[in-house]
Design a protein. Structure first.
Length: 141
């Protein structure tokens, strides 16, 4: 089960990255090109957040139940904080990814509440770009 979850978690990141890049490009094009906020834009926001939520759920299951790395870290958290690989997976990766996914949701909500198409694109571009940069900073390449 642990191997399957790890493969799913690792593979799903590519779909998330693709969705975010497409969403961000369309948001910047819409924002600076003064284009309408279309049904496609709404769907990209929705799919990006849904796939990210699924990724988060898989990651949380791994973190709390199946990961030998986090089990080792939880046995002696002081030692884990002194060990870069343990600290990375026990604290840095999960914390930054949760923040990034929260920013996706904030951006989605803020975009949908804007009264103008330009505002919707702007909110999407800003929040999704920050989220993508955070994710890229903590993906274990």
């Amino acid at each position: 089960m642990a191997t399957g979850l790890l493969h799913a978690h690792s593979g799903l990141r590519w779909l998330i990255l693709l969705l975010l890049v497409v969403t961000i490009i369309m948001a910047f094009v819409g924002w600076f090109g003064k284009k309408p906020f279309t049904q496609t834009n709404k769907r990209l926001l929705l799919f990006s957040t849904i796939v990210s939520d699924v990724q988060l759920l898989i990651g949380l299951v791994m973190y709390f139940f199946t990961s030998s790395i986090t089990k080792t870290a939880f046995q002696d958290f002081g030692y884990a904080m002194k060990t870069p690989e343990l600290r990375y997976f026990a604290v840095e990766h999960i914390l930054v990814m949760i923040i990034a996914i929260a920013l996706l949701h904030i951006g989605k909500v803020r975009a949908t509440k804007q009264s103008t198409d330009e505002g919707k694109h702007k909110q999407t571009a800003i929040f999704f770009t920050i989220s993508l940069l955070l994710m890229l900073s903590r993906i274990p390449w």
